[in-house]
Design a binder for this molecule. Sequence first.
Ligand code: AP5
Ligand code: MG
Length: 222
Amino acid sequence: MRLVMLGLPGAGKGTQGELLGRRLAIPRISTGDMFRAVLRSETALGRQVKEYVERGELVPDHLTVALVEERLNQADAGRGFVLDGFPRTVPQARALDEKLRQIGRPLDAAVFIHVPEEEAVRRVSARRVCEQCGATYGQAQVEQSGGRCPACGGPLVQRPDDSEETARRRLQVYLSQTRPVVDYYKERGILVEVDGQQPIPDVLEDILRALGQQGNAGVSGG
Ligand code: AP5
Ligand code: MG
């Protein structure tokens, strides 16, 4: 399947994208993760990207589209993918459509996870990530963890763009630049909408049901 995940910062795109990727045995492609890796690299591109990401602004479309196109050319994306955090402008959505048209493999669905703004801000400020393995945790897991990653023992830290000020800026950017992408897919008849204010496994089951994929419970890997 070829999927994109849509929703406010903190809606659960990464969480559900990861689970869907495993369940459907397709790679999850996160532009946010790709940019965070680039900005750690201390290259000229890294310094350029850092300014945008740390301010909560979008990285310019030409850089983002080039990065995603290159990633989609890799062999594992041939069996499908779940894009997390891309597209987030209408020009990015058009560029993706064009790329997929060229290879004759259009998107199957755009999954929009509904969460109210205040819940999204609450989740983002409570979120911690493992500095060592990159795993993401919500409030309940963080409280039980003693500040260490349950998976690898690494230190749990806040994402630099999860400070309250930057998170609010990301929310504004979403409303002005990314909300129109939801309408873009709605008009094309491939938007799937789910309630993101349920326990994580229930959100996943709703998505799989909407995609006609409930029978995939036993599929793993990817
Ligand atoms: P990106 O990393 O994509 O950030 P984002 O879109 O702001 O989304 P988040 O990662 O904050 O939220 P999420 O929806 O993934 O939520 P999560 O699953 O973690 O982008 C970062 C930056 O990179 C951008 O600001 C921009 O600068 C740049 N960038 C990236 N893509 C770009 C593009 N295409 N164009 C230009 N620039 C781009 O969940 C949040 C928390 O809630 C977690 O702690 C999780 O454990 C918890 N949680 C999840 N689901 C539930 C649930 N059902 N119940 C309770 N808690 C839950
Ligand atoms: Mg994410």
